[in-house]
Design a protein around this ligand. Structure first.
Ligand SMILES: [Zn+2]
Ligand SMILES: [Zn+2]
Length: 227
C-alpha cells in the first residue's frame, strides 16, 4: 500500500477565535463564521435577523425551496442569512434587492406569510472614529498591537449585537408576500458567437442568430441602467 502524506487541516475561522469570544457563539453561528471567513458585526446582523425571522415563523432551516429570503443588502450579513435559513442564490430561493438596507425578509412559500427584520439605525452606530480607527486598524498594514486591539473591539461589537434585546436590535413586522414562481429549468442553446451554452430565457438575437448577452452588441437610447 502506498504511503500517503499527512494532510494538516487548516483550522476553521471559528476555531482561531479567542476562547473568551468563542464561548459567546451558538454552534450554528460558528458554522456561519466558517462559511463567511471571519467574525464581524455585519455577519452578526444577518445571523440575528435570520434567527428572529425563523423563530417567529416557527420554521427550521429550509429544505428545498420551502422558504424564500429577500435581502436588501449584499454585505457580510447576507452570508449568515443564507447559511442559517438555507435560502441561497443557487437554489433560486434568495432574492437580492440592491437597496443598501440592513433588512431581511423570510417568507414561507406555502402561504406567503413572512417576517421582515429591519435593523434599527441605533442598534449598530458606526461613527467616524470607528471607521477611521477600528476599521482601518483591522487592515494588514496596521501595527500588530493596534490590529489586535481593533480586532478585539470588532469582536466585542459582534458579541454586543448578539446579546441585544430583539426590540432594540430591529423593527420586526409580519408581512404577506406574493412570491415569484419556483426556479424553472430551461434548455440551453449555444451562442452563435462564443459557442457557450446559454439558458433559453436569457438569449438575445443578433443578425437573426441566438446570442449570449455579453456577445450582443449593446444598443441603447440612453435609458438603460443595467447591461
Ligand atoms: Zn464580514
Ligand atoms: Zn456568446
Amino acid at each position: 500500500m502506498e504511503e500517503t502524506g499527512t494532510v494538516t487541516r487548516t483550522p476553521r475561522p471559528s476555531e482561531t477565535l479567542p476562547a473568551e469570544v468563542r464561548t459567546h457563539l451558538p454552534s450554528d453561528f460558528a458554522e456561519a463564521i466558517d462559511f463567511h471567513g471571519h467574525l464581524c458585526p455585519g455577519l452578526t446582523i444577518g445571523y440575528r435577523a435570520a434567527t428572529i425571522a425563523m423563530n417567529r415563523l416557527g420554521v427550521d432551516k429550509g429544505g428545498d425551496e420551502a422558504l424564500v429570503g429577500i435581502i436588501e443588502n449584499d454585505a457580510c450579513g447576507a452570508d449568515a442569512f443564507q447559511h442559517v435559513t438555507g435560502c441561497t442564490i443557487g437554489k433560486g430561493n434568495l432574492i437580492y434587492r440592491d437597496y443598501g438596507k440592513q433588512s431581511f425578509l423570510l417568507v414561507r412559500r406555502a402561504d406567503g406569510r413572512g417576517i421582515r427584520v429591519a435593523m434599527r439605525h441605533d442598534a449598530f452606530p458606526i461613527d467616524d472614529k470607528y471607521v477611521n480607527t477600528t476599521m482601518r486598524n483591522l487592515g494588514p498594514d496596521a501595527p500588530e498591537a493596534e490590529r489586535a486591539a481593533a480586532q478585539q473591539r470588532h469582536h466585542q461589537r459582534a458579541i454586543d449585537l448578539l446579546g441585544l434585546d430583539e426590540a432594540r436590535f430591529a423593527t420586526i413586522s409580519a408581512v404577506e408576500v406574493e412570491l415569484p414562481s419556483k426556479a424553472r429549468i430551461f434548455s440551453s442553446v449555444p451562442c452563435s458567437v462564443c459557442g457557450e451554452p446559454v439558458m433559453e430565457a436569457r438569449l438575445r438575437m443578433r443578425d437573426g442568430e441566438p446570442c449570449c448577452i455579453p456577445c450582443t452588441d449593446r444598443y441603447g437610447r440612453g435609458w438603460e441602467i443595467n447591461h
